[in-house]
Write a protein that binds this ligand. Structure first.
Ligand code: GTP
Ligand code: MG
Ligand code: ZN
Length: 370
């Protein structure tokens, strides 16, 4: 089986047992919450070291607002503050402590609040370039992710395959198995049918699981629910795609706030403002899903332009055929990738995405305002 990691010597994900074709990317060998984490990162925080009368617990950060973190522990949710040293741990990161992080905390005997003293080593983290004022820094969307789903509406807002390709590359860079959800199938007009069907076939042929849903009509909701069972998943996509409505359809008790799509701009209204993790109580223990704020495009991190081709799974079989060993597959003569595109063996839309992402990596994505 070909996969984009062969050159990097990493194994194909086997954690996603419901569909071996779920993704070509490396999956963590454990689902979240099963094996103990590798151990806390020591903080050297002597000022706040263990005191005999205080209770220590481990837990998972499920939301963060300002300087408070909600931490799910075996004994319930604990509102917690974090040690300043943890918050300053990495200056390149807008949020050193993210949703999904496993932490050790100390419970105050007075008011039951927590004080986070250590962050456990992460298995992975879905990370993107920060936007606006902090462009260039990294922003961790969720840590310790078992499966990442790109959600796109069939229409309203407009389906953007460029988002999908960037998302799939970034998920692979972060070592996270990825899948695709096309929502709002009920809005499909006859003139959309062919495009949607062909995109679905394109990604399915590449080995990604593609789910078709209508959050409002209930179509495909059971399949998404099955896919979320027993793992920590994240839904990401543009504002208005229906991420929160879809999660409400899966588990009505979540009661997530939902927005509308503007008739004028055809865009969502950024209703979800913070990533947060929710336990899915109808499903097996350890089933968590992160609802995230809408993003227009995915700013890719930690990838050199010449590495990009290894994250397009269908390029893999051709890479050895290029005339030049350092071929970037955009202008060089004797390029096996370009020949495969011309022969119809590699889809032109994916090749265009490759060129777009390549260009942005060359320009240094830090300068782009996401
Ligand atoms: N027709 C139809 N409408 C849907 C479907 N899913 C969601 N919607 C509607 O689309 C709108 C978008 O919901 P939002 O809450 O903005 O979606 P979101 O992806 O969570 O957006 P942000 O939180 O802003 O990132 C709401 O009005 C939903 O009722 C669907 O399957 N079909
Ligand atoms: Mg939302
Ligand atoms: Zn080439």
């Amino acid at each position: 089986m070909r996969h984009c990691y062969a050159r990097r010597g990493e194994k194909i994900g086997d954690a996603v047992s419901f569909n071996p074709r779920f993704a070509f990317v490396n999956a963590p060998s454990t689902t979240s919450g099963s094996a103990p984490p590798a151990g806390p990162v020591p903080t050297g925080d002597a000022e706040h070291s263990t005191e005999p009368d205080e209770e220590h617990r481990t837990g998972t950060v499920v939301s963060s607002t300002g300087s408070w973190y909600e931490v799910q522990t075996a004994g319930g949710l604990v509102s917690s503050k974090a040690s300043g040293k943890l918050r300053l741990r990495d200056e390149d990161v807008t949020n050193p402590l993210a949703v999904g992080d496993r932490v050790t905390l100390r419970i105050s005997p007075e008011d039951g609040t927590g004080y986070i003293t250590a962050i456990h080593e992460r298995e992975n983290a879905l990370t993107r370039r920060a936007a606006g004022r902090r462009a260039g820094q990294r922003h961790v969307i969720v840590a310790n992710v078992d499966a990442a789903w790109a959600v796109q509406a069939v229409r309203r807002p407009r389906l953007n395959p460029g988002f999908l390709d960037r998302f799939l590359v970034m998920a692979a860079v972060c070592d996270i198995p990825a899948g695709i959800i096309f929502n709002k199938t009920d809005l499909t007009r006859p003139e959309d049918e062919e495009r949607v069907a062909s995109l679905r076939a394109l990604y399915e042929d590449l080995g990604y699981l593609v789910l078709m849903t209508s959050a409002t009509e209930g179509e495909g909701v059971a399949a998404v629910k099955d896919a979320l069972e027993g793992r920590l998943s994240v839904l990401s996509g543009p504002s208005g795609a229906g991420k929160s409505p879809l999660l409400n359809a899966i588990e009505p008790g979540l009661g997530l706030r939902t927005g509308t799509v503007s008739d004028k701009t055809n865009k969502g209204r950024h209703t979800t403002t913070h990533a947060a993790l929710y336990p899915l109580t109808d499903l097996a223990d350890g089933s968590f899903v992160a609802d995230t704020p809408g993003i227009r495009e995915f700013g890719i991190l930690d990838l050199e332009p010449d590495e990009l081709c290894h994250f397009f799974v269908e390029f893999f079989d051709y890479l050895d055929g290029c005339k030049f060993i350092d071929c970037t597959h955009d202008h060089e003569p004797g390029c096996a990738i370009k020949e495969a595109v011309e022969a119809g063996e590699i889809d032109e839309r994916r090749y265009e995405s490759y060129l777009n992402i390549l260009q942005s990596l060359r320009e240094g994505e830090a300068r782009r305002d996401w």
